[in-house]
Design a protein. Structure first.
Length: 313
């Protein structure tokens, strides 16, 4: 074969097939030949599916979904944008529609369930948030489920008009967990009781759980500090009576200099108003949790005592 023919690029695919993974049968019906479907530029993520590179596992499996099938468990959690531990991020869970056997495919964890419904999430069927919460509770640790619940009930301060939040409420989450049956339900109920509104990140969840389990009084999450009619800022955890704030200090200095500068300003302003601001890094949660508890507990104890040794009222 002449070298010019060997180097000839594959025929471009129609737009609908180039933009997303597709079923081989659908492509054949639209006149795309088997030779084109066998070219090396197309990946074969699953039997009967072809795809140009660059798509995620949900998109790659979508052409195999049967009517009633849905992405579920931690796969649905990922589709909802929820925080997940790294060990669960690559899993692909699919729950069969009513009356169908659980799907079987390489790398797919199939399920059968008569409960829950699939809702449209950016064009793909996924478990609704409450069903997903119960499904994921079978796979995650208690703290991971609390972080998931905190995410689902969050009403963000910056709204995305294309993705309205919150996805559910604390009351609905607890009611659903209380009425559920099956594996993982006990953990789902325990986690639901620990879910709080106004939590912006899983690290805030981890910090709050660390402190409360150590006997620190329950803080207010997502506290709005104002100086008169002027907002100083929002803070992760606050004990207003003692004028103490605990803030998870992430990697803003690496990802956004502007955000980090704003954080420094609001910390300084809070301190100037008489608040004790405690900043906690990831090390203070996972490596030295005792030190973090001690810092916060000491600040609260000092604030609870007036200069003459009497408790403030």
């Amino acid at each position: 074969m002449p070298e010019s023919e060997q180097m000839k690029p594959p025929t471009p695919l129609p737009a609908q097939f180039a933009l997303q993974p597709f079923a081989v049968g659908h492509a054949l019906d639209r006149g795309i030949g088997r030779g084109r479907l066998a070219t090396p530029d197309l990946e074969r993520p699953f039997y009967g599916v072809r795809s140009l590179p660059g798509h995620d596992r949900i998109a790659e499996y979508a052409p195999r979904l049967r009517p009633g099938d849905r992405f579920s468990h931690t796969t649905a959690a990922a589709a909802w944008g929820a925080p997940l531990p790294a060990r669960r991020a690559a899993e692909l869970h699919v729950t069969a529609g009513a009356g169908l056997d659980g799907p079987r495919a390489r790398g797919v964890i199939g399920h059968e369930s008569a409960h829950g419904v699939g809702v449209n999430r950016f064009g793909r069927p996924v478990s609704d948030p409450l069903t997903m919460y119960l499904e994921a509770s079978r796979l995650l640790s208690l703290d991971e489920i609390v972080a998931l619940g905190d995410y689902l009930v969050l009403d963000p301060r910056e709204l995305d008009p294309k993705d309205l939040r919150p996805f559910t409420t604390v009351a609905d989450l607890r009611r659903t967990a209380a009425g559920a049956r099956g594996r993982g339900v006990r953990r789902a109920r325990e986690a639901a009781d620990l879910v709080r509104a106004h939590v912006e990140s899983p690290m805030e969840t981890a910090l709050r759980l660390l402190l409360v389990r150590a006997g620190v009084p329950e803080p207010i999450c997502g506290y709005e500090l104002c100086d008169g009619h002027r907002r100083v800022g929002w803070f992760d955890l606050a004990w207003p009576q003692q004028r103490v704030i605990a803030e998870y200090d992430g990697d803003q200095h690496r990802t956004s200099t502007r955000q980090y500068d704003r954080d420094i300003q609001r910390f300084d302003e809070a301190s100037a108003l008489g608040w004790h601001v405690i900043r906690v890094r990831s090390r203070g949660i996972f490596v030295d949790p005792e030190g973090t508890v001690e810092r916060v507990g000491r600040a609260l104890s000092r604030a609870d005592m007036s200069p003459n040794g009497r408790r403030n009222t």
